[in-house]
Ligand binder design. Structure first.
Ligand code: NIG
Ligand code: FE
Length: 383
């Protein structure tokens, strides 16, 4: 296997605290050796070993590729009019999901594939190297299974979200829909999925329904995650912690018991500040979570309704400006935090044995991700 020595790195975010005693594990004038798909060595330039080839990056900051642990990319059409209505004063309601369900069911496989490819490429240009993709706009056996099969073409991190909302044809029989999701739909989805997710919220699925669906998913070998406490206080976060789920996502409305449950359980709280931005909602209290010792991840939630951004740099900037996270906390949450939220120990950290996923900035420091919002700072992605 040939090795490549990368030098000319003014600042390297490793997320390996052994370098500087902080979570970000910063190195200055650093070097990285890549062997095949993995990192072989990380350290100061002056101590770098020889390699088969060398490349001087010319002095930028480099960080692990972003790990976007929450997105809904398999859909057709958009909901720009709904966004405009919201900005004119309407509030966000989960019901808009049904508009996208109709458009997605009507789309060909090729159309859906092309849309995912377009958005994954957009993410990549903004520094994302690992992405989780959910189904959830099919909501019948065939369309959920094909959504996941298409998502699998792009990532290992696929999530079955048949329990997004109750589709119109089951409006009078939500119990029948829960049975379908936990039965035949799950059977068709599971071969293409690693995770199962439920939108546990008023207007979507309640606590008992979420328990039933998550238990069926776990029995089928899928890991559990939840959309929880997005639109108001509710049982979702505590349920996720009680069940020991890897992550609960949104966490917009939390009371003290929710924060304590997250801290005690070790469940990752995934915050999605693009949603609050795009729905003009209050931002989650990231400081309360961090100060309580909760592991926080940041993700885009890219979807055509509540948040149509694919940009992790935007999420970092929002987390810093609007959620009072420090730039270091936000960058960690968007990389190592995302990896934790997906139970991955091979991404999100630049250390020997990990995947060689590096995002090269057109900036001398990671601080610029929050300091220069809206500027395309990703110069190159090495993956
Ligand atoms: O994560 N909350 C539920 N699902 C998505 C929104 C989906 C949509 O509006 O189409 C979310 O925000
Ligand atoms: Fe979501």
């Amino acid at each position: 296997m040939t090795s490549l020595l990368l030098t000319g790195i003014a600042e390297l975010v490793t997320n390996d605290p052994t370098h500087d005693g902080t979570p970000l594990g910063l190195l200055h004038d650093a070097a990285v050796v890549v062997e095949g798909r993995r990192i072989a060595w990380v350290g100061p330039r002056h101590a770098a070993p020889d390699a088969d080839a060398a490349r001087d990056l010319g002095g930028p900051a480099v960080l692990p590729g972003f790990v976007d642990s929450h997105s809904h990319l398999v859909f057709n059409g958009d909901r720009a009019e709904e966004f405009a209505a919201r900005m004119a004063g309407e509030s966000y309601a989960a019901g808009g999901i049904r508009t996208t369900v109709a458009a997605t069911r009507a789309a060909s496989d090729e159309q859906l594939y092309a849309n995912v490819a377009r958005l994954v490429a957009e993410m990549r240009r903004q520094g994302t190297t690992t992405v989780e993709i959910k189904s959830g706009y099919g909501l019948n056996v065939l369309d959920e299974a094909r959504s996941l099969a298409i998502a699998r073409e792009f990532t290992e991190e696929t999530t079955f979200l048949g329990a997004h909302v109750v589709p119109p044809e089951f409006a009078d029989d939500p119990a029948g829909y829960v049975e379908l999701v936990s039965g035949r739909m799950l059977e068709a989805a599971a071969p293409h999925a690693r995770w199962i997710d439920v939108f546990c919220e008023r207007g979507a699925f309640d606590e008992d329904q979420a328990r039933t669906i998550l238990a069926a998913g776990q029995a089928a070998g899928l890991g559990g995650r939840l959309h929880a406490n997005q639109l108001g206080l509710g049982p979702g976060v505590r349920l996720g912690c009680e069940l020991g789920l890897t992550a609960v996502d949104h966490c917009t409305y939390l009371d003290d018991a929710d924060v304590a449950a997250l801290a005690d359980s070790g469940t990752v709280a995934t915050l999605l500040p693009g949603v609050e931005f795009s729905t003009r909602s209050p931002y989650p209290d990231a400081r309360a979570l961090l100060d309580a010792g909760v592991t926080v991840a940041l993700a885009s939630d890219c979807n055509p309704g509540s948040c149509y951004t694919s940009s992790m740099p935007l999420c970092v900037a929002l987390a810093v400006r609007e959620m009072r996270m420090t730039p270091a906390e936000a960058v960690w949450a968007a990389t190592a935090g995302g990896a934790r939220a997906l139970a991955r120990d091979d991404v999100g950290v630049l250390a020997p044995g990990h995947r060689a996923h590096l995002t090269v900035l057109d900036a001398p420091s990671y601080l610029h991700l929050a300091y220069r919002p809206g500027v395309p700072l990703v110069a190159e992605v090495i993956a």
